[in-house]
Design a binder for this molecule. Structure first.
Ligand SMILES: [Zn+2]
Length: 178
């Protein structure tokens, strides 16, 4: 699968599922003698926002790396997948996106690193519609390389995709992971 490069100059990009409308249209239907009219629901890929802002690598790394105890500086061995909140506030909707992104990177990094050999299907579902998916993939690859010493390749992708060719500072992964 080839995808066009992520536009890093935009401050946000449209959700790939609802194309920016923030809505998911459900056709009218009948069930057990009852008629249900057509309805628009908030798109669950983008939590109804219609768009995504670029991921915060700092935020993701903070969530997936253990910060205390004997495992400090290593990728967490377990990570709770985000739970669905009913009637979420705007803050909870944003949190949902951040939590899904962190879960995606954590799960993909373990998959690339050979720690989980089953396909990360739930994680892939969580990333549905995210126009920054290539950046999350690149981060997962970078984490796998640093934490597990392996990756499915494309290690060079990390630097280019996330930091830009002009970046001269330290690799954020090196700062977080021992
Ligand atoms: Zn959407």
């Amino acid at each position: 699968m080839t995808a066009s490069p992520v536009d890093l100059t935009a401050d946000r990009l449209a959700c790939k599922v609802c194309k920016g409308s923030g809505l998911s249209h459900h056709e009218a239907f009948s069930f057990e003698g009852k008629n249900y009219p057509a309805r628009d629901y908030p798109c669950n890929a983008c939590q109804g926002f219609g768009w995504f802002t670029p991921p915060s690598f700092d935020d993701i790394l903070k969530r997936i790396v253990a910060t205390k105890g004997k495992n400090k500086g290593t990728v967490r061995a377990s990570f709770t997948s985000p739970t669905i909140v009913r009637d979420p506030s705007e803050e909870q909707r944003r949190e949902q996106i951040n939590a899904k992104r962190a879960y995606y990177v954590w799960r993909l990094a373990r998959f690339h690193g050979g720690k989980d050999t089953t396909m990360p299907s739930v994680a892939m579902l969580f990333s549905r519609g995210d126009p920054y998916i290539q950046l999350l993939d690149a981060l997962a690859d970078g984490v796998a390389r640093k934490a597990f010493g392996t990756s499915m390749g494309a290690a060079a992708m990390w630097g280019k995709a996330l930091l830009g060719s002009n970046y001269t500072g330290p690799d954020p992964i090196d700062l977080m992971l021992r």
